[in-house]
Design a protein around this ligand. Structure first.
Ligand code: EPU
Length: 355
């Protein structure tokens, strides 16, 4: 177990916000996690506790005046084979994309469209990360976790985790109550590529790939190249991926918007709802590539769903920009944009202000 008092969290948030934690604890096993929790309850239980993953979906507004936990529980093993399926149990502290890459090399398929997503395995199960037509929740067999309040161990079946678009019970009714320790994915020995998401086939054509010549590793490269073209690299420009979720509106609302804005894109969600790309709404409000006065917080110039730190931004600069965008989108389209990124103020999650 590594214990760092008054530790900078710069390395632990991809936005590159310079904040500190009173105490950062990194643990390598469930036993060490329990020791860390005992330390917290004995010595600092009046202060907040926060478990972070890769810090790729977090925005710190202030120094964190409490204990931050970070998992280094790594590695994976096959726990069962069922026909074409392989059940692989993975340590929550493993970098998600390292596992995606390893799984494909080993001939376990299913995660290829999720290539290049930053963060750790544990966070993938909390956020229900998704990209290019795939959502990790559909491949999760079980999630294991330890209660932050009493150290007890729990296990949930994937079907009990409440997975929906960027949602799970770990973000809602169980929010901040458990540290995820292991995730078991159900992968497949047969490669069945999923290419229907807009842009994937086009990128394959550009790479001169046909469906017949396609391997999972090649599909991974295609996905990585799409991401590289659209999303900024946090190592170069601080960001946390999509800052907002794509709003889902009723069919009625969508039709009324379409009568005013015939170009508005929308994707049907069941019979009565449409998902509208937040990037389009933000761009229409004139925010693409813009910043507020001389603020180092800006809207990315290729993908307006991403807010970036152009250097030295404070969390409050990014938050201010977020609120200005929410206000403008609400005014123009009557749609409330919800942030996808977890905003951390002091110890509690930031309460969203209705724009
Ligand atoms: N869409 C479809 N079908 C398609 C194409 C697009 O339903 O064939 C929908 C998407 O669901 C989305 C909208 O159209 O509502 C726009 O799609 P686009 O590919 O432009 O993606 P995006 O909204 O910019 C989302 C994710 C990204 C993910 C991409 C690719 C969110 C908030 N963001 O971005 O995730 O990489 O799709 O799948 O859902 C992230 O969460 O940090 C992130 C980068």
């Amino acid at each position: 177990m590594n214990i760092y008092p008054y530790c900078s969290l710069l390395r632990y948030n991809t936005f590159g916000i310079q904040v500190k934690a009173d105490l950062l604890v990194e643990y390598e096993s469930v036993g060490e996690l329990k020791q860390a929790l005992a330390l917290y309850h004995e010595r600092m239980s009046e202060k907040p506790l926060l478990h972070i993953g890769g810090g790729s979906n977090l925005l710190f507004i202030y120094d964190f005046r409490g204990m931050v936990l970070h998992s280094l529980v790594d590695g994976y093993s096959v726990i069962a084979e069922e026909g074409d399926d392989v059940l692989v149990r993975v340590g929550a502290g493993m970098t998600f994309d390292d596992f995606v890459s390893d799984s494909l090399w080993r001939g376990w398929f299913g995660l290829e469209n999720l290539s290049g997503i930053p963060g750790q395995v544990g966070a993938s199960a909390v956020q229900n990360v998704g990209a290019y037509g795939a959502e990790v929740g559909n491949l999760i067999e079980t999630v294991e976790g330890v209660s932050l309040s009493d150290g007890s161990m729990h296990k949930w079946r994937g079907s009990e985790c409440g997975y929906a678009y960027r949602q799970s019970i770990f973000k809602q009714e169980l929010a901040r109550q458990y540290a995820i320790t292991y995730v078991t994915y159900r992968l497949h020995r047969t490669f069945r590529p999923s290419l229907e998401y807009g842009g994937v086939r086009q990128a394959m054509e550009q790479a001169a790939l046909t469906e017949d010549s396609l391997t999972a590793m090649k599909l991974r490269q295609v996905i990585l190249s799409i991401r590289r073209h659209k999303l900024p690299d946090p190592a170069v420009l601080g960001n946390a991926g999509s800052f907002f979720m794509n709003p889902v509106v009723t069919k009625r609302k969508f039709m009324s918007l379409r009568s005013r804005y015939p170009d508005i894109p929308g994707y049907m969600q069941g019979a009565n709802a449409y998902k509208v790309p937040a990037a389009w709404l933000i761009e229409q409000c004139g925010w693409k590539g813009r910043r507020l006065n001389d603020s180092p917080a800006a809207v990315h110039d290729v993908q307006p769903l991403v807010l970036v730190n152009r250097g030295g931004a404070r969390g409050s600069d990014i938050l201010h920009l977020c609120e200005e965008i929410q206000t403008d989108v609400k005014k123009k389209f009557g749609i409330k944009l919800r942030h996808e990124v977890n905003i951390i103020a002091y110890g509690g999650e930031f309460e969203e202000i209705e724009p």
